[in-house]
Design a protein around this ligand. Structure first.
Ligand code: ACO
Ligand code: ZN
Length: 421
């Protein structure tokens, strides 16, 4: 597992999801502003020409799609296709102020060479050193996986820009676009292959049992053991949007809850969450994803609410597996805040964290941290006491955003997982 970014900009993440072609370094900004900048700083560029191509690890300012300069670190570089001039390299950069999903290939024109800092990582530089060699090559490998290998996917009606590296089998690496069957999630390199596949694929919904239907929304439970290939395909797909999750090849141990919007053409996947069949740590959710075209419509909170409804049916408390991503934390914080504060508003009498946990299936630690972050907890005589002034509650509820789509529990037909045989 990697680490979470210290500084993240979720709003920019949303832009990345919906931003389309602008994500790929070929946007208008790589001409206009960049060229002008290059002319103005031609003297500096000339002195920098000797240092081109830039080293991996270099820090420099880069013009982003907002037309402003932002600090980046060079993660990788590659030769341009047209010539072998050192000025013709392209650079894969990480915007140090933003989440990794905004990492992208940029052209030299986007970089302000006057601001170059050659802060090359010592360990990589120290490759010749004997003891360091292993660690250094490991590090290099780590650096390599930071570069997105698949830029786009096609899934159902959507073409989607990807966010992160995903360890597809090597023959799919550096394929500009992968084509997924939206029902069985098999993937191929060419559109014609997908068209041939669609003629013979007989699935119109995820494999497994439909355990919830409400209007056009359906939830399917897929057992990773019974549907191994589907489970693996889903993990490959999901990793394109999840930065720091280990990909579990052992899908046998998981159940996948796949949320679909259904119409007369079939049930189209909107998002999913996975859940370990048995969790020692009381995890009720391992990974959660809303596909980018469906984000910010309340599906994330629906999936979270659904995971707690399953826990209630199991008679257990649950918590999501850590670490949470920036967007994961925002969604959970929003969900926890809304659920807990709505109960506090109704309960005029004192209520304990244990009681809140029994009612919601939210683990006591998560209740405590949510209420603490809202400054609603006081520690009196060795005990945590919830202070719930109705006006304060209303203010927090307003700030917690929309409630998301409701789970209608009467439409959930499900019994907890039991090992067969
Ligand atoms: N910018 C700012 N706030 C955001 C953004 C964003 N881009 N996305 C979500 N939020 C916050 C908002 O508070 C939002 O509520 P609001 O719309 O009422 O203001 C809330 O999170 C959740 O919004 P939903 O519409 O219910 O959630 P969505 O369908 O967008 O899904 C999810 C949230 C699943 C985290 C999605 O962003 C996603 O798939 N991200 C990529 C994968 C990921 O990071 N998953 C979590 C990893 S942690 C884990 O798996 C245990
Ligand atoms: Zn198929």
């Amino acid at each position: 597992m990697g680490s979470m970014e210290a500084s993240t900009a979720p709003e920019n993440g949303a832009a990345a999801a919906g931003g389309g072609a602008a994500c790929n370094g070929a946007g208008p900004m790589s001409n206009g502003g960049g060229v002008e900048r290059r002319l103005r700083s031609s003297t500096a560029s000339a002195s920098w020409a000797a240092h081109l191509p830039l080293e991996v690890g270099t820090r420099v300012m880069c013009r982003w799609r907002d037309q402003k300069l932002h600090p980046v670190k060079v993660i990788e570089r590659r030769k341009g296709l047209s010539s072998s001039s050192p000025a013709d390299y392209e650079y894969y950069v990480h915007y140090t102020e933003f989440n990794r999903r905004l990492d992208e290939w940029v052209k030299l024109e986007q970089l302000d060479l006057e601001t170059v800092e050659t802060d090359v990582d010592e360990k990589v530089e120290d490759k010749q050193g004997h003891e360091e060699l292993d660690a250094a090559s490991l590090r290099e490998h780590e650096e390599f996986t930071k570069v997105k290998n698949i830029a786009k996917i096609e899934l159902g009606r959507y073409e989607i820009d990807t966010w992160y590296f995903s360890p597809f089998p090597p023959e799919y690496n550096d394929c500009p676009k992968l084509f997924f069957c939206e029902f069985c999630l098999n993937f191929v390199k060419r559109k014609e292959q997908l068209q041939r596949h669609m003629k013979k694929c007989d699935l119109k919904h995820p494999p497994g049992d439909e355990i919830y239907r409400c209007g056009t929304l359906s939830m399917f439970e897929v057992d990773g053991k019974k549907n191994k290939v589907y489970g693996q395909n889903l993990c490959y797909l999901a990793k394109l949007f999840l930065d720091h999750k280990t990909l579990y090849y052992d899908v046998d141990l998981f159940l996948f809850y796949v949320l679909c919007e259904c119409d007369d053409r079939g049930c189209h996947m909107v998002g999913y969450f996975s859940k370990e069949k048995h969790s020692e740590e009381s995890y009720n959710l391992a990974c959660i994803l809303t596909l980018p075209p469906y984000q910010r419509k309340g599906y994330g909170k629906f999936l979270i609410a659904f995971s707690y409804e399953l826990s209630k049916k199991e008679g257990k408390v649950g918590t999501p597996e850590r670490p949470l991503s920036d967007l994961g934390l925002l969604s959970y914080r929003g969900y926890w805040t809304r659920v807990l504060l709505e109960i506090l508003k109704k309960h005029k009498s004192n209520i304990s964290i244990k009681e809140l946990s029994d009612m919601t299936a939210i683990k006591a630690d998560d209740i405590l941290s949510t209420l603490q972050s809202l400054d609603l907890i006081q520690y009196r005589k060795g005990q945590h006491v919830i202070c719930a002034d109705p006006k304060v509650l209303d203010r927090h509820l307003k700030a917690a955003g929309r409630g998301g789509l409701e789970v209608d529990v009467s439409k959930l037909i499900w019994t907890p997982y039991k090992e067969q045989g």
